[in-house]
Design a protein around this ligand. Structure first.
Ligand code: ADP
Length: 468
């Protein structure tokens, strides 16, 4: 059973249930059919006897009889005569009717089992049952009460066996029809199950193709619809979409990371080879070592940035969150970094007081530091960096503004991608991971980041968060 397909299992269960129901129905039909037939037999018996009551009449003399046209059968009874019409039904629908005296003596009519019923006492307008040689007989008696007919009874007898013929008919018809209906229903059930489960087969085939191959662009196509299976297919397609984009991002990340590491590594290798080629002066050795040290630092920073970034992306639940006084945090970071005075740049800052945020202190500090160090790195000599923290009824905005080199319109959307560096900043010390880290931290805090910038004029980065 375990090896069977769901389609076969559904068909089997359905067939078993159907056969049981049909079996029960068959017995119910037999039972009810038998009841109806038996009642019909008894009704026929009563009707035949009642009909015959009017067919028996009493006349005092033969003259009286002669006056009636069409007198059919007559015989002496007491001081007069009995006249029995031709319409007297002594055998109809297997019902035998006879005219008897109170002691059971037959006067007229037929009673094929008379000798067995002689001892059965007459019971007026009552159906009696008597089993003779295993066959059940219904007996119905009617006392004649017309003038002169005192002491006479009509007795009707019918065998219930005649119902057996009709029952055999019902059984035969049922035994032919029911299996036919069952077979048709089972075939119909199988086809419906196959049709209903087709989308599951499609889903399974698609998933198997994806498993065997590498093409994550494949999608399940089962047409339009809004039932459970279509929803399942949509969910699977959504999952494939997401997996595909994750894999692509991962692949891109690995390729970018290797690429970024290869450059300083190549410089180090080339520098080593060049230096080892021939004897060098002390100054030349120092110079070579400085180059190697610079490239080594760059690699180390890159590796650290990559680790931080992956940690945040994969294990964001490891970063605890608390209610933080954001105003104090921004003030402290700005006050410290203002001391740098790189390129003669001045840093000014202004914070609304008592702005609270729910987040991770380390990450928020990292976010602000990254933005400020970019502003220094891409700022112009003797320029100005302005950091502002504002809060209104609904949101908190942190902006970092500089009057540096600015960012081209086309590049503004790309700068948040991992390892992206514009051409004029590639030679610098950056790794291209700073802003993507910032974006990830903003996302972690449920916020949004935007940039406004103009080449040669400056840039403003604005991070917005919901107020707690
Ligand atoms: P990097 O390590 O190169 O600074 P980031 O991810 O921090 O990497 O920034 C990506 C790119 O965005 C930078 O290479 C630079 O071209 C641009 N950029 C970022 N901040 C600024 C800024 N304040 N002014 C101008 N350009 C910027």
């Amino acid at each position: 059973m375990k090896r069977l397909s769901i389609r076969a299992k559904i068909t089997l269960w359905f067939s078993a249930a159907l056969i049981i129901i049909m079996g029960l129905t068959f017995f119910v039909v037999l039972f009810i059919g038998n009841q109806i037939i038996q009642k019909t037999i008894r009704d026929n018996l009563i009707e035949a006897v009642e009909h015959n009551v009017d067919e028996v009449e009493y006349y005092r003399s033969l003259e009286e009889i002669k006056q009636i046209s069409g007198a059919d059968h007559f015989e002496q009874w007491g001081d007069g005569y009995l006249e029995i019409d031709d319409d007297f039904l002594d055998e109809v629908n297997d019902v035998y009717t006879s005219l008897c005296m109170s002691d059971g003596t037959l006067v007229y009519g037929e009673n094929p089992i008379a000798r067995y019923t002689e001892e059965t006492a007459f019971a007026d307008t009552e159906v009696q049952r008597k089993r003779i040689d295993g066959t059940l007989y219904y007996i119905f008696d009617k006392r004649l009460i017309q003038d002169g007919l005192d002491g006479l009874w009509l007795r009707g007898i019918v065998s219930e066996a005649q119902g057996a013929v009709q029952m055999t008919g019902i059984v035969r018809t049922s035994l032919i029809l029911m299996p036919m209906i069952a077979v048709l229903a089972i075939i119909g059930g199988y086809l419906i199950a196959r049709r209903m489960l087709k989308p599951i087969q499609d889903i399974s085939e698609c998933a198997s193709e994806i498993r065997q191959g590498t093409d994550l662009n494949k999608r399940i196509e089962i047409g339009s619809g809004s039932d459970e299976l279509h929803k399942l297919a949509d969910n699977f397609n959504g999952m494939f979409e997401r997996l595909n984009s994750s894999f692509q991002t991962e692949r891109q990340f690995t390729s970018d990371a290797s690429h970024e590491l290869r450059t300083p590594m190549s410089v180090i290798m080339a520098q080593c080879e060049l230096t080892l080629e021939k004897e060098q002066s002390k100054e030349e050795y120092e110079e070579a070592l400085e180059v190697i040290q610079r490239q080594g630092r760059k690699m180390s920073k890159l590796i650290n940035d990559m680790l931080d970034f992956t940690r945040l992306e994969l294990k964001s639940d490891r970063y605890s969150v608390e209610n933080i006084n954001f105003s104090e945090l921004v003030d402290s970071v700005c006050t410290d970094t203002a001391l740098i005075r790189e390129k003669g740049i001045t840093l000014e800052h202004r914070e609304d007081k008592g702005v609270m945020i729910r987040g991770n202190r380390g990450l928020l500090t990292r976010m602000l530091t990254n933005l400020i160090s970019n502003a220094y790195r891409y700022g112009k000599d003797n320029g100005l960096i302005y950091v502002e923290l504002r809060a209104d009824e609904e949101k908190i905005s942190l902006s970092v503004k500089d009057d540096g080199i600015g960012i081209d319109k086309d590049e503004q959307e790309k700068i948040f991608r991992r390892f992206y560096q514009s051409d004029n900043s590639r030679t610098g010390e950056g790794t291209g991971l700073g802003l993507s880290m910032v974006a990830e931290i903003v996302k972690f805090h449920g916020g949004e980041i935007e940039v406004e910038s103009e080449l040669g004029v400056g840039s403003t980065f604005v991070c917005s968060f919901k107020k707690i």
